[in-house]
Design a protein around this ligand. Structure first.
Ligand code: DMJ
Length: 478
């Protein structure tokens, strides 16, 4: 198949998901793609619609884009359902960013006004003793919800969005408030230079506890160091220094290799002291190959590109070696011939409990990894994101083949009559009984967008002209 045919197939997938959402859930947060019900678990402001706008635009689906715009310009983001408190970070990366890019693309000023409304109603989050934001805001009360702690990704992944909002509105205050978080964490005491435990005390601004991870709750903090550097037109040395310090530490302490396949590298997690290693590779961590590849180019770090290739290979194998061709939430590696983590472990410190494993499965003999308690695929984007970036940076068409294979598995196992659904166990070929009736907005915002761009010419939304926020919303570089 040609790139064009593949791109059309991805566009058809987007159309299918949008049509289902439009028919059964329009204006609500999410379509439940098996029962065709809808839910409003994100405040009822239509997060799927807002998150999807720029993907529709990029794919040339202008009629659908306009349907979305017509709706969103009448949404009042300053009022929430009674008792609902808004997650600060999610609202920023999905909705504020989605509206900012939809505005930059269409130049419809009503979208900028809505973006600013969101930016404004969330500002009380910064009203804390330290300026480290609280994780939730009660927009009706115009107050944040008090919380003793906030996680690294939540506090440290709002900077690009507020910066862009400052640029577009001419009001520097947004950027300044978000930048303060970076300055505080830059100064904070760390167990190892460049490595940040995930929990921040909102009163003292200290990094108090929790894992050190490039996966859930840590991930985009590291991503945004690089992206803010690029966004500053490669002029701000603070971001560059912080990024390089973190990546050097990650390479030294968190990267390991499969004991069976020497090409297979992975990034595990560390405990809060940066001493104990957990050989768990999360799907969420699969954005790292893309980040390293981008950083290798921007900062001239050729070794990072080699590591990126080996890490992306593992992320691809996490899909390739399952019965469905879909990838699980995480895999666990043995760290010696007979030891590994308990597969039933969920997140948390238990991850550091090493057990003795009886025997290896066939998959494990090929890869060195085995599956844990959560084997779901919730339509996440990270592996495809990395493949898109690696393809653009190396020009190696193998990444397109990998992406196409993953897309075919998504089509085969997750497609429903109205859209696409999360799948409960990627090692099971039971089919429809594995569908969990959920489609997160990032499937439309990220997964399908990255696939589309993978099969598009590299100059289309070029990585030299745009910085993609962590939800794949492309911001024009300042
Ligand atoms: C998205 O909301 C963002 O990519 C975020 O940074 C991490 N989690 C999801 C997708 O998996």
């Amino acid at each position: 198949q040609s790139d064009e045919e593949r791109r059309d197939a991805v566009k058809a997938a987007m159309k299918h998901a949008w049509e289902g959402y439009r028919q059964y859930a329009f204006g609500d947060d999410e379509l439940q793609p098996v029962t065709n019900r809808s839910n409003n678990k994100w405040g009822g402001w239509g997060v799927t619609l807002v998150d999807a706008l720029d993907t529709l635009y990029i794919m040339g689906l202008h009629k659908e884009f306009n349907q979305g715009v017509t709706h969103v310009v009448n949404v009042d983001f300053s009022k929430a359902k009674d008792g609902y408190t808004t997650p600060f970070f999610e609202m920023i990366i999905r909705s504020l960013a989605g509206l900012l890019t939809a505005y930059e693309m269409s130049l419809d000023r009503r979208l900028l006004a809505k973006a600013q409304q969101i930016g404004d109603v969330l500002l009380p989050a910064f009203d804390t003793p330290t300026g480290i934001p609280y994780p939730r805001v009660d927009v009706n009360a115009k107050k944040a919800v008090h919380s003793d702690r906030v996680c690294l990704a939540e506090a440290g992944t709002v900077q690009l969005e507020y910066w862009k909002l400052s640029e577009l509105t001419g009001n520097p205050a947004y950027h300044e408030m978000a930048q303060r978080v970076v300055d505080i964490l830059d100064e904070a005491e760390k167990p190892y230079p460049g490595l940040y435990p995930i929990w921040i005390d909102t009163k003292s601004a200290k990094l108090v506890s929790g894992q050190i991870t490039f996966g859930g709750q840590g991930d985009s903090w590291y991503e945004y160091m690089l992206k803010q550097y690029i966004f500053s037109r490669r002029s701000n040395d603070q971001y560059r220094r912080m990024y390089e310090e973190s990546i050097d530490a990650m390479k030294e302490k968190m990267v390991q290799r499969s004991i069976y396949d020497p090409q297979m590298y992975y990034v595990g997690d560390l405990d809060s002291t940066a001493k104990k290693f957990s050989p768990k590779y999360q799907h969420l961590t699969c954005f790292v190959p893309g980040m390293l590849a981008l950083g290798s180019k921007v900062l001239d770090r050729p070794d990072d590109l080699e590591l990126a290739k080996n890490l992306a290979y593992t992320c691809f194998q996490m899909y390739n070696l399952t019965a469905t061709g879909l990838g699980p939430e995480y895999v666990l590696f043995r760290d010696s011939k007979d030891k590994g983590l308990s597969p039933s472990n969920k997140d948390g410190d238990d991850d550091f409990a090493i057990i003795k494993l009886a025997s290896s499965s066939n998959t494990e003999k090929k890869s060195g990894f085995y599956f844990g308690g959560n084997r779901g695929y919730i339509l996440r984007p990270e592996t495809l994101e990395s493949l898109m970036i690696l393809y653009r940076i190396t020009g190696d068409s193998m990444y397109k083949e990998w992406g196409w294979q993953i897309f075919k598995s998504i089509e085969k196992w997750t497609k429903t009559r109205s859209a696409y659904s999360a799948y409960k166990d990627v090692t099971s070929t039971k089919g429809s009984s594995e569908l969990s009736d959920s489609m997160e907005s990032f499937f439309l915002a990220e997964t399908l967008k990255y696939l589309y761009l993978l099969f598009s010419p590299a100059g289309y939304y070029s990585l030299d002209e745009y910085v993609f926020n962590t939800e794949a919303h492309p911001f024009k570089i300042l």
